[in-house]
Design a protein around this ligand. Structure first.
Ligand code: F2R
Ligand code: MG
Ligand code: MG
Ligand code: MG
Length: 347
């Protein structure tokens, strides 16, 4: 069903943007207080209920890099990591104020020098990422935060998806945890794309599928698999419902991929049902709002949550009024449509 797929592609790209935009004012704070929760509830109610009275809310590096990646896939109609790296660099120098991570900034600066020297780009494009953090590479969530367009591009080919995610992520993240975090986020989005939003989501199947896939991907130690098992346990603990502090402690809420990608998956799955003190019937908004209440790296966790939720529910669940407040919402929808054109013409 092409109409449904179109809606899901749009939902994915809008989820990245909306989560980032709504989450970024809270980035870096602790689990948010009761008073802040009420404020957040009112703020989102206002944004969903007013047309463009406030200035447009700006996105950060998460959406900026997602946009560059989507634009490259569309322009090249293929995965071209040299072109993607170039676009990351150009975009960073055009808008350096978007709140990039320190590791990513040093990679982008080195990539610019490489470009000037024009040395064997196919080999060297992954070089700077390998050099940072004393040669260990970054385990930040910057790989996962920008990966959504690859899930769309390869939505119907799992093996290609894994290969492409690894290639793209290695431009900025060489650490295994950074790469596997991007893989987990990409396959969570892909799973959501393949499910029908009018049928109730089977939460335990969704998480079991991810656990089985990560079991094959993580060869030696299995930290992501272990976190996903925690997600499963926390979701099934209905008697003693875990509060935000406990979620942040057990799953994490920071810039490390290991301590944010499983958290985003948890937020999406938790929001299948009503959540105490979050007053909305909209499951996409509920997921994003809940992700923000966990504090820490709120823009990125809300953005990754938004992408997975948007991929499941589709774009109809995004309030048009809310979107009117988000910088470049139309552009993100347009990119989704163009990615759909390419992804469906390939197969
Ligand atoms: N950078 C931020 N937020 C903080 C400042 C933003 C603020 N608004 C401002 O303008 O000042 N947010 C963005 O960064 C995260 C994505 O980060 P990315 O792209 O993965 O960057 P990086 O630097 O590679 O990794 C993030 C941090 O993780 C630690 N780290 C990573 N690998 C490490 C290693 N091998 N050893 C030690 N530490 C490692 C470092 O502290 C990195 O700086 C998103 O939240 C995005 O929104
Ligand atoms: Mg950011
Ligand atoms: Mg195994
Ligand atoms: Mg962030």
């Amino acid at each position: 069903d092409l109409e449904l797929l179109k809606s899901k592609f749009r939902g994915t790209m809008l989820g990245v943007l909306v989560g980032d935009v709504l989450g970024s004012p809270y980035e870096g704070k602790k689990v948010i207080s009761c008073r802040k929760k009420i404020y957040l509830q009112r703020r989102l109610d206002t944004l969903e209920g007013t047309k463009f009275r406030e200035p447009v809310m700006e996105f950060t590096d998460d959406s900026a890099m997602t946009r560059s990646l989507a634009e490259s896939l569309i322009e090249k109609r293929d995965l071209d990591i040299v072109d993607i790296a170039k676009r990351f660099v150009e975009n960073y120098y055009q808008e350096p104020y978007r709140g990039y991570g320190t590791g990513s900034i040093s990679v982008l600066k080195k990539l610019r020098k490489l470009k000037n020297k024009k040395i064997e780009p196919e080999i060297d494009v992954k070089g700077p990422a390998k050099a940072i953090f004393d040669g260990r590479g970054s385990y930040g969530n910057g790989g996962a935060m920008k990966i959504a367009p690859v899930s769309l591009y390869s939505y119907n080919n799992y093996d290609n998806l894994l290969h492409y995610v690894k290639e793209v992520t290695q431009i900025t993240h060489a650490h295994e945890l950074g790469i596997n975090g991007a893989i987990l986020q990409a396959i969570a989005i892909q799973q959501s794309l393949c499910l029908h939003p009018s049928e109730e989501l089977n939460v335990s199947n969704f998480i079991d599928d991810l656990i089985n896939k990560m079991d094959k991907i993580e060869v030696e130690s299995q930290p992501y698999k272990e976190r996903l098992k925690r997600v499963k346990n926390l979701l099934s603990d209905t008697r003693d419902e875990p509060n935000e502090q406990r979620i942040a402690k057990e799953l994490g809420n920071n810039v490390r991929a290991l301590e944010s990608v499983p958290t985003a998956i948890f937020c999406f799955l938790k929001a299948q049902k009503r959540i105490k003190r979050i007053r909305t019937n909209n499951p996409v908004r509920r997921a994003i709002q809940y992700a923000i209440t966990l504090g820490g790296d709120t823009d990125t966790i809300a953005s990754m949550t938004g992408a997975i939720a948007g991929a499941f529910y589709g774009h109809e669940k995004f309030s048009r009024l809310l979107l009117s407040h988000c910088e470049q919402a139309d552009r993100f929808e347009e990119l989704a449509d163009e990615l759909l054109g390419i992804a469906t013409s390939k197969s």
